[in-house]
Design a protein around this ligand. Structure first.
Ligand code: ATP
Length: 195
């Protein structure tokens, strides 16, 4: 099974691009969504998160308080790194188990920090979605009702596009005047041929 990692900065359009791959029959593992779910369901991870952040990291209904967590880690790189160290092995295991039950020429692993986390080393191929900072800010402010400053703060925790492009096998441009479907169809063809 060929494993393809797909990433891109906040608001670059990763999820939108993945929707098109799904239409082409490619299963997508959403690493960030899975990580959030596992923070609620994995007993060992819950214990470790409480050890690191205190009981306030869980809401009264016992689900993770993402706003509280984001407020802490996005201004504290050391805590962000420690959070990632706890979450990544659990997500990796979930991905490996998920791969075993897929039946397709290849699978996509969608993650916001594929390169930063080192996860890309587990992948056979990687794709980076690239969109100008200005457009990403506009799109995220509109989607999540965040302030421009909060979006910029999150961007500072991610690598620049240039760094990601250097490591990526494929780049998809997703600025307003770029058409993503022809780019995706071309990449899909190449990956299928590779397999
Ligand atoms: P995040 O890392 O924050 O989860 P993402 O990279 O997955 O973001 P998306 O959620 O796919 O990005 O896209 C961000 C927003 O921009 C969404 O509201 C999406 O609908 C919109 N968007 C994505 N691509 C385009 C496009 N080509 N034209 C217009 N809007 C777009």
């Amino acid at each position: 099974m060929i494993k393809v990692g797909i990433t891109g900065g906040i608001g670059s359009g990763k999820t939108t691009v993945c929707k098109v791959f799904r239409v082409l029959g490619i299963p997508v593992f959403e690493a960030d969504t899975t990580a959030k779910q596992l923070m609620n369901t994995d007993a060992e991870l819950r214990k470790n998160l409480i050890g690191l952040f205190g009981t306030a990291v869980y809401q009264p209904d016992q689900t993770i308080d993402r706003k509280y967590l984001a407020g802490i880690v996005f201004t504290n790189p050391s805590l962000l790194a420690q959070l990632n160290e706890l979450v990544h092995p659990v997500v990796r295991k979930a991905f490996e188990e998920w791969c075993l039950i897929q039946h397709s020429p290849y699978v996509l692993h969608e993650a916001a920090i594929l390169f930063e986390s080192g996860f890309y080393r587990m992948m056979d191929k990687t794709i980076t979605v690239v969109t100008s900072e200005k457009q990403r800010i506009e799109r995220v402010v509109k989607r999540d009702s965040l302030t421009v400053e909060l979006v910029k703060q999150r961007m500072r925790n991610q690598w620049s596009d240039d760094e990601k492009i250097k490591l990526a096998d494929f780049v998809i441009g997703n600025n307003d005047r770029e058409l993503i479907i022809p780019q995706i169809v071309e990449i899909d063809k190449k990956i299928r041929a590779h397999g």
